[in-house]
Design a binder for this molecule. Structure first.
Ligand SMILES: [Zn+2]
Length: 367
């Protein structure tokens, strides 16, 4: 009996997942539901739609086609570049707790049959902070995408740079951004999916550099924390500051997509941006619009009246995005709208032309 009690106390202290996985208590609406129910609902609160944080393995399981995921650089482990006290022990403990070697998992897979390269950050591993290994794995994912001409999908989540690696962690921002630029030059599609929370050096580098930037509903996305900013600029910030919705309104995010529609939406975007091998009927937007009825026609209106009322335009498009019941219409209308206002390369024209003229830019790293 004492043993049982002791076991209970230690699991409480260690935050053993066995305790947590039995029941999920929603931090937003305070409703409880069973772990099974939560899992069936893709880790979205059945009551209020709160998108709970997911670990990398689960994210890969609900995103990739079954059995297609092949992991890259699985055993890459961090050193202790600035001899930070206790860093190795902390990494060891995290590895044991999460079953991961580092805070990002990268690899190759298909999504609805579309081959791509995917990277998923896991906030359960040291808040998915970006150290040398995270930076290197992300950079290699970019380089492989460029080399193989496969679209890259990155699910971002991070508390920022990893302070235990000091300057080395900050250098990862430049390194990953450079890799993103080279992928863009190679004319390959790069999609980022901002999940909760995406902050600090990750927001300030590759997370914000996607050709298409998707966010899950209500996720926190920002650079510095609210209090730091308020203290610096001596002003009150809006309530929804740093939410996905706020970023959408201000043009940092292309659209918001619910988790249940994410897989379909990503596959659809990949298909839309696939270099034309043969003329396939499914890439034609008119084809699909016939089967998605009225929501389709309303979702087209924002981009067709760009000059008239800018404010309406904003609310119109965010309205569409949050009505994300229909992933097809959301993905399509907003990605179409994006190509109007975006001047980034790697969009439809870029992807068709660019990579023919540019000989292997990403080939350097491959050794
Ligand atoms: Zn809830």
């Amino acid at each position: 009996m004492l043993e049982d009690l002791f076991k209970m106390v230690t699991t409480r202290f260690n935050g053993d997942e066995k305790n947590e996985t039995k029941e999920f208590r929603c931090p937003r609406c305070q409703n409880s539901c069973g772990a099974d129910e939560l899992q069936k609902n893709m880790w979205v609160c059945p009551e209020c739609g709160y998108h709970a944080r997911m670990n990398a393995r689960d994210r890969i399981a609900i995103t990739c086609d079954k059995g297609t995921f092949k992991e890259y650089d699985k055993d890459m482990q961090t050193a202790n570049p600035i001899d930070f006290p206790g860093y190795e022990e902390k990494i060891g403990a995290m590895q044991e707790k999460t079953g991961l070697t580092e805070a990002v998992v990268t690899g190759e897979c298909t999504i609805h049959g579309e081959p791509c390269i995917i990277g998923v950050m896991d906030s359960h591993f040291m808040m998915a902070s970006m150290g040398s290994v995270v930076g290197e794995k992300i950079t290699r994912a970019f380089e492989r995408a460029a080399e193989k001409k496969l679209p890259l999908i990155l699910f971002t989540a991070s508390g920022g740079a990893r302070m235990q690696e000091g300057l080395v962690s900050l250098m990862q921002m430049a390194k990953t951004s450079g890799a993103a630029a080279r992928l863009s030059e190679a004319g390959v599609l790069y999609i980022t999916v901002l999940t909760d929370p995406t902050t600090g050096g990750v927001t300030a580098s590759f997370a914000s550099l996607g050709d298409i930037i998707i966010a899950e509903p209500k996720v926190l996305v920002g650079f510095a924390g609210r209090r730091v900013i308020e203290g610096t600029i001596k002003q009150r910030l809006p309530e929804d500051f740093q939410s996905a919705e706020f970023l959408l309104e201000n043009g940092f995010v292309d659209f918001i997509c619910e988790r249940k529609s994410m897989r379909r939406t990503i596959a659809h975007l990949i298909r839309l941006h696939r270099p034309p091998v043969k003329s396939s009927a499914e890439t034609s937007p008119t084809e699909k619009s016939s089967d998605t009825s009225s929501s389709e026609s309303t979702s087209k209106t924002p981009k067709e009246r760009p000059a008239s009322k800018e404010n309406d335009d904003n609310t119109g498009s965010s309205g569409n995005a949050s009505n994300a019941g229909n992933a097809n219409s959301v993905g399509k209308s907003d990605s179409a709208g994006k190509s109007d206002r975006s001047d980034k390369p790697g969009k439809s024209e870029g992807i068709f032309g660019a990579h023919k003229n540019k000989p292997g830019k990403g080939a350097g790293k491959n050794g």
